[in-house]
Design a protein around this ligand. Structure first.
Ligand SMILES: C[S@@+](CC[C@H](N)C(=O)[O-])C[C@H]1O[C@@H](n2cnc3c(N)ncnc32)[C@H](O)[C@@H]1O
Ligand code: SF4
Ligand code: SF4
Length: 386
């Protein structure tokens, strides 16, 4: 194999394994400091998803000075990764400066967005500011009264990522409204080489969502199909542990775990309050939180049964059983290497992937074909993952 293609292959293999940031995260598996914080940079949002309780347009944006103060404090606690969330983070007028500030302080930085306000120029600015990961939320192929987050809006924007260093992944919510299109959402992302995940709507014990969860058997079949695809090495953007967890939720099976929310990961509200997770809030100011306060949250919680805060479940399972969780992920990613190798022997395949990413009519690859699944090419997903 010519030198150039050999180096490209090595680069791709390296990227496959950088996603879990194993060495960096490893430090936080051994000490008492937090791994990740999700910071609500605003409560405001330009959409109104029927399953969402995480936005409030009656509140003003927090000021840049306050946000920077909270970000400094989050870093002082030893937090390694920061996830900028909301509301919709892209409606905050200073979002680029916030990303730059997080990077200057040394955070691995990600941003979760509905993507509606994303432009080529804004993506370039975020990249220049050092953003490493973007999660775009896509629930359906076409908008519905329940959720407007669909590939109709996002497909034309995937082209922006063609040469971007920002790592993109796609996440969708499954509920009765979206389930008929969830498979197509998954196929559309995977067929373009984008790590993609669709996950069950959170549990709703207080009946605050305006959606139905969907029929249990169909949901279970769908989760099973994602587990199978994960086994085959496809780029399902979640761990097997979380897929199994969701299947257990549907079956009503008890899962043994200890929630690390409020300790290894925590949330900071757009008013600067320390939140255990997106569902469990406290009135404590983040500026007053100590490492001992965080450690006090290392305990089983009364709300664990049926918990749908998958980022918290995932981080907790990782911290509890790092060898098992990471081992399975490494095996899944290793399964992609043979197809990477094949593609590196046919250099034109890269061009084909480019056109797949930019092809706004994804329907030809949406019918459950596993061959049309994630290519080993990681061009849209280049860059570090947090
Ligand atoms: C609260 S949103 C904030 C960021 C941005 N506005 C967005 O929609 O991506 C963060 C993520 O939570 C997901 N989400 C919101 N409510 C949810 C629910 N009830 N169950 C599961 N996921 C939910 C959204 O789809 C999105 O992927
Ligand atoms: S776009 Fe995000 S924050 Fe806005 S309503 Fe939908 S899920 Fe909630
Ligand atoms: S169990 Fe779930 S809802 Fe309860 S604190 Fe932990 S992450 Fe939050």
């Amino acid at each position: 194999m010519p030198f150039y293609y050999r180096m490209k292959l090595l680069d791709k293999i390296g990227r496959e394994f950088s996603g879990y940031n194993i060495l960096e995260s490893g430090k936080r598996l051994l000490d008492r400091k937090p791994l990740q914080c999700s910071l609500y940079v605003t409560d405001r949002c330009n959409l109104d998803c029927a399953y969402c309780t995480e936005y409030d347009n009656s509140r003003p944006h927090p000021s840049l000075d306050d946000l920077k103060k909270w970000i400094r404090k989050i870093r002082e606690l030893g937090t390694m990764r920061i996830a900028l969330v909301g509301g919709e983070p892209l409606v905050h007028p200073n979002i680029v400066e916030l990303v730059r500030y997080c990077r200057e302080l040394g955070f691995a930085t990600s941003l979760t967005t509905n993507g509606f306000l994303l432009t080529r120029k804004l993506l370039a600015e975020l990249e220049d500011a050092g953003l490493q990961v973007i999660q775009i939320s896509v629930d359906r192929m076409t908008p519905s009264p329940i959720t407007k987050k669909s590939f109709k809006t996002i497909l034309p924007k995937l082209d922006y990522f063609r040469d971007s260093k920002i790592s993109l992944h796609i996440t969708g919510v499954i509920c009765a409204d979206t389930l008929p299109e969830s498979r197509a959402v998954l196929e559309t992302g995977l067929s373009r080489g984008i790590p993609t995940e669709v996950r069950l709507v959170h549990a709703d014990p207080l009946h605050r969502f305006r959606v139905d969860r969907g029929p249990r058997e169909a949901l279970e079949r769908f989760i099973d199909s994602m587990i199978e695809r994960k086994h085959r090495g496809e780029k399902i953007h979640t761990s097997e542990a979380i897929l199994n967890y969701q299947r257990s939720l549907l079956r009503g099976e008890h899962v043994e775990w200890t929630c690390m929310a409020g300790y290894k990961l925590f949330f900071v509200s757009a008013q600067g309050k320390f939140w255990i997770c997106s569902m469990v809030h406290t009135n404590k100011d983040i500026m007053d939180v100590t490492l001992d306060d965080l450690y006090a949250n290392y305990r089983k919680k009364s709300c664990q049964e049926g918990c749908g805060v998958y980022c918290a479940v995932g981080a907790s399972l990782l911290v509890e059983k790092p060898v098992r969780v990471l081992g399975k992920e490494i095996v899944a990613r290793a399964k992609r290497i043979p197809s990477m190798f094949r593609r590196s022997l046919t250099p034109d395949a890269d061009k084909a992937t480019h056109s797949a990413i930019t092809n706004p009519d994804g329907t030809h690859e949406m019918n459950g074909s596993t061959n049309g699944g994630p290519s080993a090419d990681n061009r849209v997903t280049s860059g570090k993952s947090v």
